[in-house]
Design a protein around this ligand. Structure first.
Ligand code: SAM
Ligand code: SF4
Length: 337
């Protein structure tokens, strides 16, 4: 027997948004995300494509409407289109309303069209700079021209594009305005993300003085544009404004801010099948072992429900960066941004 009642947490929040990390690997080594020499997980630790399908499908059966695929770099996972095709069938049936992904853009030339064919309508492309040398400095291994070409391919395939830029003082602060111009001229939304200290080895590529508060980013942007607040209905940590002069949208994501917790509708699954109920807390549920123990979904459904019953009201650490740095020892590439 399978269970299809909606997932409601103890604070009456319906869980309708799932983020799934499909790999911990990446073809880039962004300084705020990975160290240069990463030890990636052995294949057996990762959920197989079939397991990803099975797990995601259970969440969809229990009311998840929006699915975001992330990583690592989701498009470097071998055979990933099989999984997108499988999720496309939930779009076709109407069970899922949106299938989307966050990508560094490097593989979009190859995958944009197949993604669109699966029903993907929008992609988030992470791009922190339009300067080729800075791009190299930030991503270490990334090739700027390849990403630009990937973005072109996504546009040609009819995908709507949102650019995500991590705000880094002393690195891309001089580009905030020109990036908005570039995005809005091409019809893209742009969202700035406050950098989070994550991983044990953040000292290597990212300095604490690179932290650029989004409050300051917004004031800087307001020196050029008239910003009109837009109603927040994402249930997530993003706030949006419209620049009156361009008509385009600008978002601000403060990943660890508290103000959205009461409307939080999301949970995350890592590439190893660990379910995180809150990005800001360490509590997790091991769904992989449950899933591998039986082919039948009864135990899996029960484990998902039991985990959702533990979804916390919000993050409970006080918002001091040093303390966050001490507590958030897992990498974004593992939990999937
Ligand atoms: N590889 C894909 C990409 O870069 O879009 C998807 C995974 S990546 C971990 C998801 C998002 O997390 C990216 O937009 C990236 O810029 C962001 N990110 C990674 N590390 C971060 C950090 N320490 N602070 C804030 N954002 C971070
Ligand atoms: Fe790779 Fe994305 Fe992390 Fe950059 S942010 S290293 S592209 S996973």
């Amino acid at each position: 027997m399978t269970d299809t009642a909606p997932l409601i947490d103890p604070f009456a929040r319906a869980i309708t948004y799932l983020r799934v990390s499909v790999t911990d690997r990446c073809d880039f080594r962004c300084v705020y995300c990975m160290s240069e020499n990463m030890n990636f997980l052995p294949k057996a630790e990762l959920l197989s494509l079939e397991e990803l399908d099975r797990l995601s499908s259970r969440f969809i059966a229990m009311g998840v409407k929006k699915l975001r695929i992330t990583g690592g770099e989701p498009l470097v996972r071998k055979g990933i289109m099989t999984y997108f095709e499988a999720m496309g069938r939930h779009l076709a049936s109407g069970a899922l309303s949106e299938l989307t992904l966050t990508t560094n853009g490097s593989q979009l030339r190859r995958f944009a069209k197949p993604l669109a064919d699966c029903g993907v309508k929008r992609v988030n492309v992470s791009l922190d700079t339009l300067n080729e040398q800075k791009f190299k400095d930030i991503t270490r291994w990334g090739r700027f021209a390849q990403v630009m070409d990937g973005i072109d391919a996504a546009q040609e395939a009819g995908l709507k594009i949102k650019i995500n830029a991590v705000a880094l003082k002393g690195t891309n602060d001089d580009e905030a305005l020109s990036m908005i111009d570039w995005c809005h001229a091409r019809g893209f939304d742009i969202t700035f993300i406050e950098v989070m200290p994550m991983g044990e080895d953040m000292g290597e590529g990212l300095r604490l003085d690179q932290f650029w508060s989004l409050k300051d980013v917004q004031s800087h942007i307001a020196s050029k544009y008239t910003l009109i607040d837009l109603p927040d209905n994402t249930g997530g940590p993003a706030r949006y404004v419209r620049a009156e002069e361009t008509g385009g949208r600008i978002g601000f994501i403060t990943p660890l801010s508290h103000n959205f917790c009461e409307s939080c509708n999301r949970v995350r699954v890592t590439c190893t099948g660990q379910l995180f109920m809150c990005l800001g807390q360490e509590d997790e549920a091991d769904l992989r072992s449950v899933l591998r123990r039986a082919e039948d979904n009864t135990a899996l459904d029960a484990a998902i429900r039991k985990a959702i019953e533990r979804k916390p009201k919000g993050h409970d650490f006080d918002y001091s960066r040093q303390r966050v740095a001490g507590e958030m020892t897992r990498h974004m590439s593992h939990t999937g941004g």
